[in-house]
Write a protein that binds this ligand. Structure first.
Ligand SMILES: [Zn+2]
Length: 148
């Protein structure tokens, strides 16, 4: 055998061991042997199995208690509805304010551009503008009529 008596260092425990006795064959590595020694491989496999089991247990728990979990979430929402709603309300105000501020600065910064585009629109759609103005006046007089 070519490799008889050859030694390899495990990249996990850093121990040099007999290649044939302590390293599994592996097509993935350059020398045809695993990077980890057999004891390290076994430890790793055991750790993987344990974490797999824990994962499955968690899944099982979730499946078994889905009713409880959703009920808890619902109850939490119910109990904290005011806080949640208040928080949302607060944020809406913030968002509204931001939008308002933003549109204000946009109009300010683009006043000339907006004016030009409005002018161009009016020039392009004189009939539409006339119609709009007529309707607006009619609506206005409609609104002001009862109070007179
Ligand atoms: Zn090792």
């Amino acid at each position: 055998m070519k490799n008889a008596g050859a030694v390899k260092t495990c990249i996990s425990c850093n121990k040099s061991m007999n290649l044939d006795k302590f390293f599994y064959k592996s097509k993935a590595s350059a020398d045809g042997r695993a990077y980890y020694c057999i004891p390290c491989t076994k430890v790793k496999q055991e750790m993987y199995r344990k974490s797999e089991r824990a994962r499955l247990r968690e899944k099982e728990y979730y499946k078994k208690n889905i009713g409880k979990i959703t009920k808890y979430a619902k109850e939490y929402y119910k109990e904290n509805m005011d806080v949640i709603k208040a928080y949302k309300r607060k944020n809406t105000e913030k968002i509204k304010k931001y939008k308002k501020e933003h549109s204000k600065t946009y109009v300010k910064e683009n006043a000339d551009k907006l004016k030009e585009s409005r002018k161009a629109y009016v020039k392009k759609n004189p009939e539409k503008i006339k119609e709009y103005n007529r309707k607006w006046r009619a609506k206005k007089s409609d609104l002001t009529l009862p109070s007179k």
